[in-house]
Design a protein around this ligand. Structure first.
Ligand code: FES
Length: 332
């Protein structure tokens, strides 16, 4: 083994499981071999966890198993070894009484799964509103190299030549139906036309806000927020993230070196510029708390108050995430 590789292996958490002599190395290696994994998993290369919130109970995240395959290809191409694992998923449309009740529970699921297992770095696959802060908070508590890949927004809804925004237009249709201005058939047609692809809500709601702010925080690749869920470029972004996490692990770039006070300040400014969700305040304060980064409501006032809103997206404006993507997303 070359000196460089030996040094690298010494730094890897996974070597504590796979690099050991005797029965404490035999047991993890032997059982992992039962899945058909070869000796490459044990040779000291970075082991990358892919933390997946895929669930058919969370329609916004239902395509994340496929996206995970693209992350895996990137990890393998960069010389790492990917291992995918599930955590609890939080889907706004179904969960009662509210997903917010479970955000911290999911962050504990993420944290304890990472801590308890031979994972050197992690790619976080999130989408629906609370899944993003929950996964970031869990990874932050472990302070290992991490990168977020969002599922991306669904395509714009289309109904009789008009764009429909997730959630926003439901209220209008409901009032028109109840007042007799919309027939039952039309109401049902609108229901089918609003959510017409995989992905999260395509307004600048909490999901798109958090996916965009992840770029501003430096914990996701550029365009993470805007590329539509079903666009081939999101798959390529997932592959790039797989590539990138391997270099972060090799460079010892833990999450606390990325999510600094300056990164949070940048995210606050970007939130003002994109007209992001007020829920971002709650989630970013919690994330900063996990890292011991001082951040307060006063910071939001001081840094965000004078920022002009540059984006005209629903629910407050006119357009949708596909338009934001066409306009160049957060980097623009
Ligand atoms: Fe999942 Fe809106 S309901 S992102």
């Amino acid at each position: 083994m070359s000196r460089k590789k030996a040094d690298e292996q010494k730094r890897m958490r996974s070597a504590e499981w796979f690099g050991r002599e005797g029965k404490y190395g035999f047991i993890p290696r032997s059982w992992m071999r039962s899945q058909g994994f070869g000796p490459e998993l044990f040779d000291g290369r970075p082991v990358v966890g892919i933390c997946n919130t895929w669930s058919e109970l969370n329609p916004c995240n239902r395509h994340l198993r496929e996206l995970a395959e693209h992350v895996k290809r990137g990890v393998l191409l960069a010389g790492g070894y990917p291992l995918e694992f599930p955590v609890m998923s939080l889907g706004e449309p179904l969960m009662r009484p509210t997903t917010m009740m479970f955000r911290n529970l999911v962050s504990m699921d993420v944290e304890e799964t990472i801590r308890a297992n031979p994972i050197d770095g992690v790619v976080l696959l999130a989408g629906c509103d609370k899944t993003t802060p929950a996964l970031l908070m869990g990874a932050a508590s472990c302070d290992i190299p991490s990168i977020l890949v969002s599922g991306g927004p669904m395509l714009n809804g289309r109904f009789r030549g008009r764009d429909l925004g997730s959630g926003t237009d439901v209220f209008r249709f409901d009032e028109e139906y109840r007042s007799g201005r919309l027939s039952k058939e039309d109401y049902e047609e609108a229901e089918a036309a609003m959510s017409r692809s995989a992905g999260s809500c395509m307004t600048m709601g909490t999901a798109s806000t958090m996916a965009s702010l992840a770029e501003a925080l430096g914990i996701a690749l550029p365009m993470n927020g805007a590329i539509p869920a079903v666009d081939s470029r999101r798959r390529h972004l997932a592959e790039e993230a797989g590539h990138h996490i391997v270099s972060l692990v090799r460079g010892g770039m833990s999450i606390s070196r990325v999510l600094t006070r300056a990164a949070f300040e940048n995210a606050i400014v970007v939130n003002g510029a994109i007209g992001g969700s007020t829920n971002a305040v709650v989630h970013l304060l919690a994330l900063a708390g996990r890292l011991g980064v001082p951040l307060s409501l006063d910071d939001w006032d001081r840094l965000g108050a004078g920022v002009p809103c540059l984006v005209d997206l629903k629910p407050s404006g006119r357009f949708l995430m596909e338009d934001f993507f066409d306009a160049g997303g957060v980097p623009r």
